[in-house]
Design a binder for this molecule. Structure first.
Ligand code: NAP
Ligand code: HSE
Length: 429
């Protein structure tokens, strides 16, 4: 083999980093055959050199400082699998680009916050940043958008992109457990991020959606414009009531370009129980891509874990080894438009659950608030009694989230509302 080896500097030796080590070591021959050159790790970095990592790292130089790793002359590609959107990950990625390295990263938070600036810097330096592993783990969704569907005008991108939330919601559904019970189990199993709010608050999935939206619609990454709502307020009652109506509750991301601008939301939604999204179980991810020529593509697979995530990192590494060079977001960063944010521009039916004082005229007061906000009621049911209270379920005709929020802001003034109401969009998937 005459081509020069591709030399990796690997920053991060945790779940993903060690998965990369494993693939590079176990599949060296396969990779060389597929790319026409050897791919080897030259140097690695992590915080603690003494930690037992259950891997043979003896052939690799060690750098405690990932910035020093990024600047080394004996690496061609900086593989960033440390995490965090500030500090070491950002500094080292910037240093890698400045010193002429291509970058492969699994870090959705970094790119959601700084992706545009990093892409501009990389392209000015003639380098590439690849991030297949950052969205939906092992599912090759970035490749699907930037390559397989490159000839399409994308219409909509949606999906379940946080395995931890789907795990929690499906266990609640299947076993009738409360949110708190399943949250604790997920935490004990190590499924949740160190800061669990990144998962259950919808932030991690929002990061991923903002990256897909940038590629799909040719816009600068605008994570701040993603409408975010986590799953913490979903009760077992919501799961049961939704199931009675033929729906499942999912933390669903949707991005679409509307007449009013780019709509991006990551919120709990009701989807039909018999749809592919409704059927999705456990920690699995699903991404649905809709293009003008192709129609709808559904990608399903493991969204996290050592093997799947390292598999995606290596796909990017192999592309670089082969000489495939694609702009970070599928077109030159300087050509990405600044999106106009359109929050929930698309109207939908909403599921609303609330507890009301069980007394004459209570429902009428709520109906009046909805009517005055321009929200029309499609179905209304009262479920049982608890002391002086009753649970009420409403399904609205199509309305915007702004109108729903306006109506709900007035519920408190009726004097009949107990606790906080829940409103979930019913998504057409
Ligand atoms: P992890 O297990 O916590 O590993 C992080 C690694 O980075 C550790 O080896 C740590 O060193 C090292 N590190 C952290 N800060 C450092 C610093 N300042 N200097 C040097 N090394 C530092 O994390 P992970 O699960 O592998 O995730 C890595 C990245 O992949 C994150 O961006 C994550 O969001 C993304 N990702 C993860 C998954 C997944 O399933 N885990 C899926 C998709 C994307 P020590 O070992 O010495 O502490
Ligand atoms: N915390 C993420 C999840 C890991 O649960 O999907 C993969 O990005």
């Amino acid at each position: 083999m005459s081509a020069k080896p591709l030399r990796l500097g690997l920053a991060g030796l945790g779940t993903v980093g060690l998965g990369v080590v494993k693939i590079v070591q176990q599949h060296a021959d396969l990779i060389a055959l597929r790319t026409g050159r050897a791919v080897q790790i030259t140097a690695v970095s992590a915080r603690d050199k003494t930690k037992n990592r259950d891997a043979d790292l003896s052939a690799y130089a060690w750098e405690t400082d990932p910035v020093a790793l990024a600047k080394r002359d004996d690496i061609d590609v900086f593989v960033e699998v440390m995490g965090g959107h500030e500090g070491a990950a950002k500094l080292a990625t910037e240093a890698a680009i400045a010193s002429g390295k291509d970058v492969v990263t699994a870090n959705k938070a970094l790119l959601a916050h700084h992706g545009h600036g990093l892409a501009l810097a990389a392209e000015a330096a003639g380098r590439v940043i690849r991030f297949e592993a950052a969205v939906a783990g092992g599912i090759p969704v970035i490749k699907a958008l930037t390559e397989g569907l490159a000839g399409n005008q994308m219409r909509r991108v949606m999906g379940v992109m946080n395995g931890s939330c789907n795990y929690i919601l499906t266990r609640m559904q299947n076993e009738g457990l409360s949110y708190a019970e399943v949250f604790d189990a997920a935490n004990q199993l190590g499924y949740l991020e160190a800061d669990p709010n990144l998962d259950v608050g919808g932030i991690d999935a929002g990061h991923k959606l903002s990256l897909l939206a940038a590629i799909a619609f040719g816009t600068k990454v605008s994570f701040d414009a993603v409408e975010l709502e986590g799953i913490g307020a979903i009760s077992i009652d919501d799961i049961r009531l939704a199931a009675d109506m033929g729906y499942r509750i999912k933390l669903l991301g949707v991005a679409q370009m509307t007449g009013r601008g780019l709509e991006q939301r990551m919120t709990p939604c009701l989807v039909p129980a018999d749809s592919p999204l409704g059927q999705l179980q456990g920690g699995t991810n699903m991404v649905v891509l809709e293009g003008d020529s192709v129609g709808q593509i559904v990608l399903r697979g493991p969204g996290a874990g050592m093997g799947p995530t390292a598999s995606a990192v290596m796909a990017d590494v192999l592309d670089i080894a082969r000489g495939t060079r694609i702009s970070t977001f599928g077109q030159p960063a300087a050509s990405l438009a600044t999106p106009v944010a359109a929050q929930s521009a698309t109207a939908a039916s909403y599921y609303m659950r609330m507890t009301l004082l069980d007394k004459p005229g209570a429902l009428a007061k709520i109906a009046t608030c909805l009517g005055e906000a321009g929200v029309s009621i499609d179905q209304m049911r009262q479920y049982g009694h608890e002391g002086d209270n009753a649970t009420v379920l409403l399904v609205t005709h199509k309305a915007t989230r702004a109108d729903i929020d306006h109506a709900m802001s007035r519920f408190g003034g009726t004097g009949v509302l107990v606790g906080a109401p829940v409103a979930l969009r019913i998504e057409e998937v």
